[in-house]
Design a protein around this ligand. Sequence first.
Ligand code: HEM
Length: 229
Amino acid sequence: MSWFGNYIKSSIGAKHLMAITGLMLLGFVLAHMLGNLQIFMGQAAINAYAVKLQSLGVLLWIMRGGLVLAVLVHIYSAMRLVSMNSAARPVKYKMAFKDKSSFASRTMKWGGIILILFLIFHLVQLTLGGGPLKANFNLLDEYGRHDVYNMTVLGFQNVAVAASYLVAMLVLCFHLSHGVTSLFQSLGINHPKYNGMIKMAGPSIATLVLIGNCSMPIAVLAGWVKATV
Ligand code: HEM
């Protein structure tokens, strides 16, 4: 087998793939959040932003394809690492050791599964226009543009929808808190001078994403951001 084939099949190859795809997904989450925060600038701003995104045409489809591939490779590498770890230790420890790992690191698998379920719900609701809120998906603004503003605000006015976003964002926060710090380790990025900063990178970025994403459903529930229809 070629050097590359051996590398991809190894546990270090799987760790590198997880880290690189994790970095791509983090980039999307940050860019998506910054785009969505334009909801605070009003209907005109966020609807114009959505039109700009759609006008990327082929480039948008290439980005969507890259994102789907990154999600699939991320999940596949995680599954391979779990099975390699259990193959390396087929018999569980007989003695009970006190588990010193953090809550975030112990919940990576279930967190990941909940995030996939959230993503399916999110895409059905806001990209495919299905589900119980599908009437909001066909709204147009005064310029005949897809009314992303009212679609999102009316969605969050439904308390069950808003609550499910808040829970999913908490899960995302734990996932990023451990994931971002461990991606540095997987890529072999460490230096005694910067290790403190690297350790804090995960929790800090995760908290920023939590605050940014939760601010939207909270603002709608509190009546600070209102529908215009
Ligand atoms: C409060 C948080 C969020 C809000 C308000 C939000 C809002 C939206 C909206 C309005 C769309 C449709 C855009 C359009 O039709 O132009 C969308 C699409 C999407 N969202 Fe979110 N989102 C949030 C969080 C997330 C998170 C955490 C993820 C990933 C883990 C995510 C992944 C996606 C994806 C993959 C799409 C499809 C993009 C595309 O069609 O190209 N979103 N989101």
